[in-house]
Design a protein around this ligand. Structure first.
Ligand code: IMP
Ligand code: MG
Length: 182
């Protein structure tokens, strides 16, 4: 049963996108990917960005009808000694991507900073092409020019949890998407 509001740590959230709407959006993306990837010479690779995209990846892949590989990667961030401040690196990407079709799976694209970093890291491994696929997108927050190939639902510039998305690690397990109210 869906709770209308949930409290996580110190903050209150209310239902924003219903489970059925997210399910329909995920299925719609899968159908588009199925159509687009029908004639691939080699099995495409889905790259799921942890932690947030774990649930989206699981939901999406149940509807994928062609042979594919699935791999998980994580971004670690730490304070570097260089003047640039935060340095990130990819953890767990040990797959050969040269010549492959890569479909990057994200939970949400906000400013696009993370996405740009991911795409340039993946591009350095010489894949045939990179498709960008995200469950949620905040168009008003997006500051980059990279075109997004598959977008589930475009949302307002709200802070949201559920379906893998967290607030300080809580809220990932909700089936509906909740937005911060106070
Ligand atoms: P970006 O680099 O600004 O595009 O942010 C992307 C990352 O920030 C996502 O992969 C999420 O981990 C996190 N993020 C952005 N917006 C939200 C939100 O509304 N709720 C929870 N996490 C978010
Ligand atoms: Mg994420």
């Amino acid at each position: 049963m869906t709770k209308q509001t949930v409290k996580l740590h110190d903050l209150l959230f209310e239902v924003y996108v219903a489970q059925s709407e997210v399910d329909a959006a995920v299925k719609n993306i899968a159908e588009r990917i199925n159509a687009d990837m029908r004639n691939e010479p080699a099995p495409p690779v889905f790259l799921c960005v942890l932690n947030g995209a774990f649930m989206f990846a699981a939901d999406l892949l149940k509807h994928i009808e062609f042979d594919c590989e699935v791999c998980f990667l994580k971004l670690s961030s730490y304070e570097g000694t260089a003047s640039s401040g935060k340095i990130r690196e990819l953890v767990g990407l040990n797959l050969e991507l040269e010549g492959r079709t890569v479909i990057l799976l994200e939970d949400i694209i906000d400013s696009g900073v993370t996405l740009e970093y991911l795409v340039s890291s993946i591009a350095a491994r010489n894949p045939e092409r990179i498709k960008i696929c995200t469950m949620l997108f905040k168009p008003d927050a997006y500051t980059k020019n990279l075109p997004l190939d598959y977008v589930g639902i475009s949302i307002e510039n709200e802070f949201v949890v559920g379906r893998g998305l967290d607030y300080n690690q809580l809220g990932r397990n909700y089936k509906d998407i909740y937005k911060l109210i106070r």
